[in-house]
Write a protein that binds this ligand. Structure first.
Ligand SMILES: *Cc1c(COP(=O)(O)O)cnc(C)c1O
Length: 367
């Protein structure tokens, strides 16, 4: 019988670690708070003194709102400074410093490797496969790599950045089942709002070794507020919180997020996502029609990944027109690729116009 409690995958030396006990975490009732060395007056920049005191480490209302949004219980969710912080907490919570390993699937989001590197944790690669349908995860290779290297974490990105591919949930679950008792399967869903598919949060009830990353940075348009979440087994969440900085969530950011998650703007967010998804299809078709565009990958996210005969000319042409896209030529398997985020309909039209003009110019030059 395999022990499926993911708490047993945490670093052994941290299992009884209590973390920092902040003044704010001492639950007391009082009228006069003189226990945290805060100022007794508000800042001149701060009207009524909304930010005079240290914030609640996990404001209950934010936690409840996010849990409701993502379909989990509040105690299964930890909010932090973007999903970037969640990645860091997972690496630090599950991998021994200077030891252990993680599996990643390049080309993928760069922060998994950055955090592993900073922690002295080994990075094992199970590359995505470039297929006729787009980039695909090789789940058998991932499982074999994780088992061979006794990896503690497997980072999947779904939809993938930069691949745009949504991973099949049944395969994610099967991987988690196979690695049960041995590794956590982390599913980074930074772009899931733009996809036609369910979140892996729904699989948590069956596979306790899954952790899902969500963020308000992309579809919710709050990148600078830095609010991301990790959703996992409640015991794992409590342990990760003990590894987190004492006051990770600035009050102005929390209040902004609460306003954004109120019902009316949430409908607006839905409408904006729908617009982005239809823009994505238009841009995809238009890009495919441009000479010199070798390939445009299908995308379930808010960007398109495209290969060019002359990526430098495409990049420079866009830059000359004031349009900055992401150069992916350094990434494995992507030596000729650029990633274009979806903009407004006008901005997307401008991208097409510039690339068409550049293609005509290079045809003229070749003739
Ligand atoms: C943008 C992005 C993130 C970072 O999200 P934050 O919540 O802003 O830290 C995480 N993962 C992927 C795949 C991303 O593209």
């Amino acid at each position: 019988m395999i022990d499926d409690n993911p708490m047993n995958l945490l670093r052994e030396d941290l299992r009884d670690f209590a973390g920092y006990s902040s003044a704010r975490s001492e639950k007391r009732s009082g009228r006069v708070w003189l226990n945290a060395n805060e100022a007794a007056w508000p800042s001149v920049a701060d009207g009524e003194g909304a930010v005079r005191r240290y914030p609640d480490p996990q404001p209950q209302r934010l936690r409840e709102c996010l849990a409701e949004l993502y379909g989990c219980a509040p105690e299964q969710l930890l909010a932090g400074r973007g999903s970037d912080e969640a990645i860091d907490l997972l690496v630090r919570g599950f991998c021994r410093p200077g030891g252990d390993s993680i599996v990643i699937t390049p080309p993928t989001f760069g922060m998994y490797a950055v955090n592993a590197r900073l922690h002295g944790t080994r990075i094992v690669e199970a590359p995505l496969r470039d297929t006729a349908e787009g980039f695909a995860c090789d789940f058998a290779a991932i499982a074999e790599a994780a088992e061979r290297e006794a990896a503690k974490l497997v980072f999947l990105c779904s939809p993938g950045n930069p691949s745009g591919t949504l991973l099949p949930l049944d395969q994610i679950e099967a991987l988690a089942l196979r690695l049960r008792g041995r590794a956590m399967v982390v599913v980074d869903e930074a772009y899931i709002e733009f996809a036609d598919g369910a979140s892996a949060v729904s699989a948590l009830a069956r596979q306790r070794n899954i952790a899902v990353l969500r963020t308000l940075s992309k579809a919710h348009a709050l990148a600078a507020a830095r609010i991301g979440s990790v959703i996992a087994d409640a015991g794992v969440i409590a342990a990760l919180q003990r590894c987190q900085a004492p006051y990770p969530l600035p009050t102005p950011c929390v209040n902004l997020a609460l306003r954004a998650l109120a019902e009316v703007p949430r409908n607006t967010t839905k409408a904006r996502i729908a617009t982005a998804m239809s823009e994505r299809e238009k841009l995809l078709q238009a890009l495919r029609a441009i000479p010199g565009v070798r390939r445009v990958y299908p995308s379930q996210a808010n960007f398109l990944l495209a290969r060019f005969d002359d990526p430098q000319a495409a990049f420079d042409g866009l830059l000359d027109a004031g349009v900055v896209v992401r150069d992916f030529r350094h990434a494995p398997q992507l030596g000729d690729a650029l990633r274009i985020s979806l903009g407004t309909p006008e901005q997307n039209a401008a991208v097409i116009e510039v690339l068409n003009r550049a293609a005509r110019a290079s045809c003229g030059a070749a003739a």
